[in-house]
Design a binder for this molecule. Structure first.
Ligand code: ADP
Length: 264
């Protein structure tokens, strides 16, 4: 069974249980974000992160050229290398691939991004973020065929060879779709999609494809991206998507057994 697992990058995520649960599995692609690491490196480089809220309420990182450099250093240079090394310590041979490497993630730059600033909708220029158009599934299959575990993350590359930042949850969805994965597991710092964000016991256990639009209003901020990514993945033919906690023992095994929110 082909499985795609995405590990969260926000504060409060646990990596050790995820890596322990990955070791010994075959046909797995690990996708990572790393928002916390980008924020920390940006602050250290005196390039603090800025966020944009779209008119429909989706929050995204602002990726001007100075900040895009922070993203490249923190993710492709930092998080990804650390994940490959941490897997090596568990006896797993992993290969880190940003979306730029081998043209793995082909993206289109978002033109004319609009954002809400002080209650008004403004047009943002100078933003180098994009949306994924195509994933080189053959490249991932070749890496898997060598017995290596691909570790994949932003940024991505445009047809013109420009580097653009992309959302890691969307990366995971598109990778899972391109591989025809049976399951996509989105591990995060909360127990699942919560009906009431302040109540960790309010996990919505199951959402059918037809109910996604109805649950979107409870998913705020970055959780909304996960629900939208889940919709992308199902529409691309992925069997099921599970939004589940990274902070428990055997988080992947648990998610596949139904812990968290199963969307199918
Ligand atoms: P990660 O880096 O783990 O991928 P994000 O920070 O991107 O995680 O997204 C998870 C966050 O989404 C949670 O920490 C929570 O603050 C927020 N959130 C908003 N609405 C909800 C909801 N309905 N249920 C769960 N989390 C929510």
């Amino acid at each position: 069974m082909t499985l795609v697992v995405k590990v969260g990058g926000a504060a409060g995520n646990s990596l050790d249980p995820v890596l322990a649960d990955l070791a010994g599995r075959r046909d797995v692609v690990l996708v990572h974000g790393g928002s916390d690491r980008v924020d920390q490196l940006g602050a250290a480089m005196q390039r603090p992160s800025e966020y944009l809220t779209s008119p429909s309420g989706v929050v995204s990182r602002r990726s001007d050229p100075a900040h895009l450099e922070v993203v490249i250093l923190a993710l492709a240079g930092g998080v990804q290398t650390d994940l490959v090394a941490a897997l090596a310590r568990r006896g797993v041979r992993a290969l880190g691939l940003s979306g730029v490497d081998g043209g793995l993630l082909r993206a289109k730059r978002k033109e004319g991004t609009r954002a809400v600033v002080d209650g008004r909708v403004v047009r943002v220029t100078d933003d180098w973020s994009g949306s994924i158009e195509w994933v080189d599934a053959d490249l991932l299959r070749a890496v898997l065929g060598l017995g290596l575990l691909p570790v994949v993350g932003p940024p991505a590359i445009t047809g013109a060879g420009e580097i653009v930042n992309v959302d890691a949850d969307r990366v995971a969805a598109r990778v899972a779709g391109a591989l025809g994965a049976e399951a996509l597991v989105l591990l995060t710092n909360v127990p699942g999609l919560l009906r009431d964000r302040s109540d960790p016991a309010s996990v919505i256990p199951r959402v059918d494809r037809a109910e996604i639009e109805a649950v979107l209003p409870v998913a705020e901020g970055r959780m909304r991206k996960k629900v939208l990514a889940a919709r992308d993945a199902l529409d691309a033919g992925v069997g099921r998507v599970v939004i589940a906690p990274s902070t428990v023992d055997a988080p992947i095994t648990g998610a596949l057994a139904g812990r968290g929110t199963v969307i199918q």
